[in-house]
Each structure stands twice: as C-alpha cells, then as structure tokens.
Design a protein around this ligand. Structure first.
Ligand SMILES: Nc1ncnc2c1ncn2[C@@H]1O[C@H](COP(=O)(O)OP(=O)(O)OP(=O)(O)O)[C@@H](O)[C@H]1O
Ligand SMILES: [Mg+2]
Length: 1051
C-alpha cells in the first residue's frame, strides 16, 4: 500500500517558510538555524528551495534517497533538492514543459554542488541504456573538466567557480537525455596573471604540475616546482582537502570520456604550459636615442621554450613585446612599448590565451555532448552562475557579476509573480495585487541603452581622445546623478558630498542585495579588453593548430579595423540572451546560503545568514508567496490528509474531492474568508488556518491511534480468548470422549456380562426343552461328580500314613469342598484310629480303656497327668500273689487284687508319710503295713464318697469316706503315691463297675477338707521352689486345721 505522507509530517521548525507564523526576519532566521542544527539543510518558500551549505557530507544523497523522492509529490516529503529536481524532471517529461533550474547564492554557498546534485538526480531517474548512459556520463564528466579550468581557490571557497555556467540538458519525449549545450559567462581571466592574497590561480596549473608524469612535464618544458612560475601564487598553493595530482588524473579521464582526442588534450596542456612560461618572461628597459625607454626581454629562455611549445617564431613574438602597430585605414604606425606596456601586453596575451582556451574547451565539450537526433527536444537548463559579490575592493568583474545577479533577481520576481498570477488565473481565483520591490530600476541604471552605466562605459571606451577611468566616473556623475540607486561623491546630486565612506574614485550602487562600492580603476581597460594586434597576429602565425584557432583576428587576410565589442557589451548581450532563454522556461529556484565564513560545518553565523537572506530577497519571496494565499493544495491530497476531521468524509468520501473538501471545511467551521476554492486546489489564506487543521488532524490521529490500539487490543484479547476457548473445547472434547469411551467400555462389558447371563438363561431355557429333565442340573451334578471323583481319586493317592499321630492332610482343591475335606480328615482319622484299636488284645484294650478313663478324669485338670501317659498301668507293682512276703496279706484279701502298690500314709499330726501297702480289689481298698503285711484298714468301696486330689504335680490324694459309714470312724485317709493317676483311675473304674455303688466323685482342687477322726483339717497345696533335700513334695502341719503341702512348680 502506498503511504501518503506530507511535508508537514515530523517537521523541524517549518519546512515551508510560507507557513512561518509570525513572519519576521528573526523568526525566519531562527527557523533556518533550527533546521540547520538538525541537519535539515533544505527549506522551502513555496516551490523555491533554500539550501544551506552543510560543509560536510550528509547521508541524504544516497541512491535510497533518490528512490524515496522519485515520482513523489513536491510537498509529500521533507524538503530536499531531489524533490525540486524530481518536480522539474517530471513536469518536463510528463507535461512537456521546458525547465530551468536557477541556482543562486554567494560564493561558497553551494551552487555548483547543488547543480551537480540536480544533474546526478536526473541522471539517476531518467532512462537507461547503453547510448543514454554514454550521454549521461559525458554530461556529468564535463563538470570536472570545466571546474579544473574555470575554478580556483578563493578566500571564500576552495573550489570557487570563476565563470558563469548555464547548461541546457536536452531530453527526448520519453525523458531520456539526448545531449546538452553549455554556455559560459565571463571567466575571471584577471586571475591568470594575478591572484589576491590567500587565493590561487585556476586549479589546472597546479594539477598539471602535481599530477603530470615526468615525461609529460619534460615534453611541456615544465618544472614541478610551483615557485618557478610568476603566475602561480605561492602562499596558498596547496589547499587542504584538495589532491591536485589525483584531480589531474580525474580531469584527464573526464576529458577522455567527454571525447577529447589525445592530441587535443596534449594541445590544451601545451597552452596551459605556454601561459606559465609567458608569466616568466620579464622585461628590462633599454634606452633609445630619442630618450625614451624601450622594453627588452630579460632572459629569453622562457620565451624560447614558449615559442617552441606553440610553434611560434621567437623573433615575431619578441618584436610583438617591443612594438605596437596601429593601423588606421591604409596607414600603419609602429610605436615602441615601454616596460610597463610590455608587461601589460604580456598579461593581456596570457589572459586572452587562457580565456580563449577556456571558451574553446566549452565549445569542444558542446561538440561532444551535442544532441544527435534532430527531433524536437525538451530542455532542462541548469544555471550555476557566480553569486552576488561584495568585496572590500570591487572592480569591473564584480560590477558585471552583480549586474547579472540583478537580472536574475528580476527574472525571479517576474517569474514568481507571473507563476503565482498564472496559478490564480488557472484556478479561477481573484488576483490580488501584491506589493513588492521591483529591481527593474537598478537593471535599467546599468543596462539602459542610452544612459545606462554600461552604455556610458562603452561610450567612453569608444570615444576618441584621452579616456580614463576618471572621465568615465565624471560621465556617470553627470548622467546618473539623479538616479535613486546611484551614489557618488562628486555627482551633481550634492547629497553625498559629505559622505566619507564614498571615496572620490568610486561610485556606489544600491543593489537589491545591498550597497556596493565600485572602484572605477581599471573599468575602461577591462571593458576594452585590448590585445595588441601584433600579439594576436604573432599567435596566428603559430604552427600550433589550436593557438592559431584561438586568435582568428590575427589573420592578416581578415584585418578588421572595427573595434571588437567591449567586454561589457558582450556580457550584456549574453545576459540578455540568457534571460530571454530563461523566460521561455518554467523556473525552479535553488537559493543557496552560506552559514559561515569559515568553510566549517555546524557553525551558523546569524549576521551572515541574515545578510544573505536579505539580499536574496527571501523575506520578500515569502511575502509575495503569502500575499495572496499562503498555502494551496490539490483537493485530493487535501481531502486525503484531513478527511478524518469530519464524520461525513471519514473514512471514505464517495463524491468528487472538491465537494468532500467543501463539506470538510463547512463542518470544521473555518471562516470562509480564510480560504478559496480554485479549480483543482484549495487556497488557504493564512498559515494559522493550516496549523489549525494540522493540530486538529494531530489530535484526531491520536484519537484514531487510540481507537486502533483499542480495537487491536480487543481483537488480540478476543482472538486469544477464542483460541483458549477453542483449545478448551478440543481438550474437553477429548476428555469427554475419553470418559465416555471408558464409561462405554464399562457399560459394554457389563452389558456383555448381563447379555451373556441373559442369553445363557435364555439359551438354557430354550434348551431345557430339548432335555428330558433338568439337563442343567444333570450337567451340574455330572460336573460335581467329576470334580468329586477327581478329588477322591486324588485323595487316594495323597492320603497320609495310617499312623494316628500323623497330622498331615492334603490341602483342599476347591473351596466348596471345605466342609467335606475337614470331615473326611476327621473320618479318616477316626477310621485309622479304629483300625489301630482293632489290632489290640483284650489286655491291651483294658489298658487303653483305663488310659482313656485317666485321660477323661485328669486331662487338663491335673499337672501330673501328662507324665503318666507314657507309663503303662501295671496294676500289681508288688506282685502280691507271687511274692511270698505278701502271702499272708494276699490270703487276707479274698478278691482279686486290681492294684498293689506302696503308698505313703500322711500322718495327721506332723504331715510325714508312713509307707503302707495299698491294695485295690473289686470291693474294697486295703491299707496294710509294708513290713508286716498286716492289714491296717480295709474300706469297702461303697464307703468311699469321694477322692480329692490337687491340680498340681504332687501324688497326694485323700480318700473321703461317707459319713456314717463303718469305715468313717477312723476318719479319711490322706495318702501319697507315685502312681496317683493309675490308683485314682482304677478306683474310679472299680467304683463305677460295682453294681450297687454309685459313681465315685473325683474332686480336683488345691484346697480340700479331710476328716481326721473328729477334726476336719484343710489340706492346702501351694507352689514352692524345689526343696533342698531332694524331696520334691513336703507336707507340713501348720496348725490343727491346716496341713500345707508344698509342691514344686512344674518345670
Ligand atoms: N550539499 C553539500 N554537501 C556537502 N558539502 C557541500 C554542499 N554544498 C556545498 N558544499 C561544500 O561547500 C563548498 C563550496 O560549494 P560550491 O563550490 O558549490 O559553492 P558555489 O556556490 O558554487 O561557490 P562559487 O560561487 O564560489 O562557485 C564545496 O566545495 C563543498 O565543500
Ligand atoms: Mg561554484
């Protein structure tokens, strides 16, 4: 998209002085300074470009800048010389209008640089192609050549143009350059022979001596040493920043590009060398017999070398420096020259030689750059002429130069006004008369045919009789006395009689740019510009073709007795031609300003700039420009720029631009006298109005920027939000999908289970009818049977051994067989026990029955029991029937003895035991003396009520007798035996089998009462540590009622 910009954007100060508010000289200068300080060296006054010399290279002349300004509107970008060049070139190419670019300003203000910038810009933007490029290159390369010969170092400028130059560049209809024509104006030839202090001769002399090869110098008979040449000033021979040797190579190269032939270059250099040689010719007086002094050449060496260089016969030239031939009609009179006349003649020859060489160079360049095609050309003229000069000592040259500047100023005023006027007419705006200073009156003072200063000078020069500068001044004093811009001490006008700033030999002119005091000395001479005929004829006689060409008047065949036109006359004529030429073209102005006198960057000398601004008439320029309307702009860009200020035109206006602007101005309530509508432009009378529009626009742009920012931020946040939302939806969708998938899988598997159940059920129901009766049950039973079968068969192989104490049993294979398995284990155990038992004999059986009974009575009740389990119940320990010792006893007992053992009968008085034989028969218990075998007591079993034993590991037991029985008289028996378990078991068994007797009570406790005759004694069993005497159990009588039995705690 093309970006529409304006000069008004990012302005430093104001880019166009027309917009300066308030307009005063101070604000004008301040604006220039402000811009200069910010490296803005260009400022406009309408379409005029003011250019400040930056005295340093700025990065604003790059190819990028060229592109930036290419085909852009003049006011679209910040002020630049390229904008002016582009404007001129575009209207030349597109509107077929011939253009001229007028560059003015004082010496060192940057005119030549500006003209080169314009040319390089045009060269960069115009068409390309081999032929076109060659033309461009030739046009551009003509500059170094002319600068070498026409420029010199002055106190004001190290590269000061000492001639005026106007170059017409010709283009074809497409805008491609075809060629050009250069016109030169009045070279300051006096410089060739004499330079003011601190200045130099023309560059080419120094360039030649520094840059030419030794060989070339030898050929030219020159020495590299500047000091050997009288015409070269030595005090500033070397210039800072100027490399003469390198420049010489550049010039040679440029000459080659422009089309100079090698022999032409050589000829030119020979002429330059000849001028140097000429300067070295010195004269001495030689007295003649008539008493006058005749000049003679001092040292003829230089003359000889010069003549060799130019192919002149030495004697001819020598004579020309000594004699002067005056021809009048058919008469020839020869007079001798004195030394000063000889010097005059020498210098005149040098000046003429050089200035003619310069003109020849211009002609030669023109030949090369001349447009080939004969089609109609479009022309762009670039005028780089010496600027207005006010020196301490102003002479004929300054007068001529300042006259030229007056003319340019006039044309500037005329054209500016004319253009302004034309624009108003074109746009249909009422023309308002503009007051301005017209310098036509000054021009008239100088150039008037009858009584102008130049005319009078010519008159004086042509007048017979003695003519001097004084007579010329007298004439002026008479004729111009009344002129309001002429001042002279001795004029008829007595106004200046007492003005001491005005010397008698001077006159002063009030130029448009200031008052200039001219010293009349040399005016007549310089205007005459006399070269003695003998010299021109001597030159013509040269064999050197170029020098011959330069002095055609020396041809004796074409003797012209008419005086050649004066310098003033020639100059006036060429200025006249130039002005006529310029008037036919569309002017573009570049007004150069020099910021300081020091040729230094960054320095802005207020007074100097103020002076230049004054004499360039810049303020007047602004006033003229503002007299009508300060600002104008085509409707389209105007609407484009301000359309945001009105709701109806923003953002788009569909109708014609003019109507849009009308709506806009109406809406903004700008007073109608402040503007006018032209055909294609709006004219704004006052800069205030424009600034008001600009300020409104700035505010509006700020608001718009805020709005754009707001919308952008909103958009950004919203898109971010939408992105988040979208992402959230995606995430949620994925998550939901995942959750739903999970749920679905769960439901699906549940459904499959249910379905399989249902189907199973359905199928079973379906299939049930195909079976006679409960197929399912049968399958189930069959399955169970199979499982059971497998289980039992498995069990067969895994059943443990038949030993009743083998506790192994296979693990159950199925949980549902839990009960069966346990039960089987139990049954198996019972069965193998039964099997085990069935092997027993009757005796063994009885023994085990007793053992069983013992177990039932004592297991877990008495500590002594476990130790008895492994002891077989022998019964008859004493072998009573066999042992003869107990024969008597045996016979006393009729019944079969079930048990015979020795027990201790506990003495009721002290608790000590007395051994007694204990016999148990089916009917009674007999106690007998161990030694004698005498029966001590026999208790029928039915008299026993109970037996008491302790819970501990002792062998005590008490036989308790039934109260009231026959045996009870003696009281209960407290006994102790090692076979307590067997005795009690057998007692219990026997008691139980006795038909008439009831069950014998077995009382197991650690405290029981024993009836001793009348007393009841409590027998108490306590646990005690093992006794020392080895007797494990001790019984002590504690008191009448208590018998304490200490039983060691079972280990
Ligand atoms: N645009 C520029 N950028 C950088 N330097 C510049 C510019 N214009 C001028 N100068 C400097 O100022 C010097 C003088 O400029 P220039 O020769 O163009 O002046 P002039 O107006 O032609 O003077 P004269 O009337 O003496 O010929 C240049 O040599 C250069 O150093
Ligand atoms: Mg110049």
């Amino acid at each position: 998209m093309e970006v529409k910009t304006s000069l008004l954007d990012n302005m430093i100060g104001v880019g166009d002085m027309v917009l300066l508010e308030p307009l005063s000289e101070d604000s004008f200068i301040e604006n220039l300074r402000n811009r200069f300080d910010h490296n803005e060296i260009y400022t406009y006054i309408g379409s005029v470009v003011i250019s400040m010399n930056p005295y340093r290279s700025l990065p604003i002349f790059t190819p990028e800048k060229v592109e930036e300004y290419r085909n852009r509107n003049f006011y679209e970008l910040s002020p630049h010389i390229y904008a002016l060049a582009d404007e001129a070139y575009s209207s030349l190419r597109d509107q077929d209008k011939d253009q001229c670019i007028l560059i003015t300003g004082e010496s060192g203000a940057g005119k030549t640089e500006a003209s080169k910038l314009v040319m390089s810009y045009v060269a960069a933007v115009c068409g390309k192609g081999q032929e076109v490029n060659k033309v461009k290159e030739q046009l551009l390369q003509s500059n170094p050549v002319l600068e070498a010969f026409g420029n010199a170092k002055t106190v004001r400028n190290d590269n000061s143009s000492r001639f005026g130059k106007y170059m017409d560049i010709e283009f074809d209809f497409k805008g491609d350059p075809l060629g050009g024509v250069i016109s030169n104006y009045l070279l300051e030839k006096s410089r060739v022979v004499k330079q003011p202090r601190g200045e130099r001769n023309f560059h080419v002399f120094y360039q030649l001596l520094s840059g030419a090869s030794d060989d070339t110098l030898k050929k030219l008979k020159l020495d590299r040493d500047f000091s050997k040449y009288n015409y070269l000033s030595l005090d500033s021979a070397a210039v800072n920043g100027l490399d003469d040797a390198a420049n010489f190579r550049t010039v040679r190269n440029a000459m080659q590009i422009v089309g100079f032939m090698e022999d032409e270059v050589q000829s030119v250099l020979e002429l330059v060398a000849a001028v140097l040689k000429l300067g070295n010719i010195e004269f001495k007086p030689e007295s003649r017999c008539n008493g006058t002094d005749e000049s003679r050449i001092k040292d003829k060496n230089d003359l000889k070398e010069m003549c060799e260089l130019l192919g002149i016969e030495q004697s001819v030239l020598e004579r020309a420096f000594s004699y002067r031939t005056v021809e009048a009609k058919l008469e020839k009179v020869s007079t001798t020259l004195n030394v000063s006349q000889a010097y005059y003649a020498r210098d005149a020859l040098a000046k003429n030689l050089y200035s003619r060489l310069f003109s020849w160079l211009v002609t030669r360049i023109n030949e090369s750059i001349k447009a080939q095609a004969k089609t109609r050309h479009k022309v762009m003229g670039v005028l780089d002429i010496y600027g207005f000069e006010i020196f301490e000592d102003n002479s004929f040259e300054q007068f001529i130069i300042n006259y030229c500047n007056e003319k340019l100023q006039q044309i500037f005023i005329e054209l500016t006004l004319r253009e302004e006027q034309e624009e108003y007419v074109r746009e249909g705006i009422e023309w308002t008369n503009i007051e301005y200073f017209n310098n036509a009156i000054i021009c008239d003072l100088i150039e008037n045919h009858q009584n102008g200063i130049l005319a009078m000078l010519d008159e004086e020069c042509l007048r017979p009789g003695t003519v001097t500068d004084e007579t010329f001044l007298d004439k002026l004093n008479t004729i111009c006395a009344e002129h309001q811009h002429f001042e002279s001490r001795l004029s008829k006008n007595s106004k200046f009689l007492t003005d001491h700033s005005l010397p008698h030999s001077c006159f002063r002119i009030q130029h448009y740019a200031g008052k200039v005091l001219y010293r009349t000395e040399g005016f007549v001479d310089k205007n005459n510009d006399l070269l003695y005929r003998d010299l021109s004829q001597a030159m013509y006689k040269a064999t050197h073709s170029l020098i011959k060409q330069l002095f055609p008047e020396g041809n004796p065949a074409k003797v012209n007795l008419k005086r050649p036109p004066t310098a003033g006359f020639q100059f006036k004529a060429s200025v006249g031609t130039l002005m006529r030429n310029l008037q036919t073209k569309n002017p573009n102005y570049i007004r150069c300003i020099k910021p300081n006198d020091k040729k230094a960057a960054h320095i802005f000398t207020d007074s100097l700039v103020r002076h230049q601004a004054r004499y360039l008439g810049l303020m007047e320029n602004v006033r003229v420009r503002r007299a009508g309307y300060a600002f104008r702009q085509a409707y389209e860009p105007c609407l484009e720029r301000y359309k945001m200020l009105c709701k109806r035109t923003w953002p788009h206006w569909r109708g014609p631009a003019r109507e849009g602007v009308e709506v806009l101005m109406g809406d903004l309530q700008v007073p109608t006298e402040e503007y006018s509508y032209g055909r294609s432009k709006i004219f704004i009378r006052n800069p205030r109005t424009l600034f008001f529009l600009e300020e409104r626009r700035r505010q509006c742009l700020q608001d718009l920027a805020t709005l754009i920012q707001k919308i952008y931020r909103g958009w950004k946040c919203r898109s971010h939000f939408l992105l988040l939302k979208e992402s959230q939806i995606v995430v949620a969708a994925w998550y939901r999908r995942f959750a739903q998938q999970k749920k679905y899988k769960k439901i699906k598997s549940a459904t499959t289970v249910m379905q399989s159940y249902a189907r199973g059920w359905q199928v079973r129901r379906e299939y049930r009818k195909f079976f006679r009766a409960n197929a399912g049950k049968k399958i189930y039973d069959f399955t169970i049977q199979r499982i059971m079968q497998k289980y039992f068969l498995g069990l067969k192989s895994t059943t443990p051994s038949m030993s009743p104490v083998d506790m192994n049993w296979p693990t159950r294979p199925y949980r549902f067989l839990d009960g069966v398995h346990t039960e089987l284990r139990r049954i198996f155990h019972l069965w193998r026990c039964k099997k085990y038992r069935s092997q027993f004999t009757e005796e063994q059986k009885a023994v085990y029955e007793e053992k069983l009974e013992a177990s039932e009575i004592f297991k877990d009740k008495k500590t002594l029991y476990p130790s008895s389990v492994s002891q077989p119940f022998k019964g008859d320990y004493l072998e009573i029937s066999k042992n003869p010792k107990y024969q008597k006893l045996s016979s006393a007992v009729d019944e079969k003895v079930l048990l015979a053992d020795v027990v201790n009968k506990i003495n009721r008085a002290n608790g000590k035991g007395t051994p007694r034989i204990f016999l148990l028969t089916k009917k009674s218990v007999v106690l007998a003396d161990q030694k004698t075998g005498q029966v001590k007591a026999s208790v029928p079993l039915p008299d026993l009520s109970s037996v008491s034993v302790s819970t501990q590991s002792d062998g005590f037991f008490a036989l308790r007798l039934k109260e009231g029985s026959a045996s009870a008289i003696k009281g209960d028996f407290l006994l102790s035996s090692e076979h307590l378990i067997e005795i009690i078991t057998k007692l219990h068994r026997t008691g139980a089998t006795a038909a008439d007797s009831e069950q014998l009570n077995i009382d197991i406790s650690d405290e029981f009462l024993v009836q001793f005759k009348q007393d009841k004694v409590c027998v108490k069993f306590i646990q005690a540590a093992a006794l020392k005497n080895g007797n494990s159990v001790s019984c002590k009588r504690k008191n009448n009622r208590l018998l304490e039995v200490s039983v060691p705690a079972s280990a």
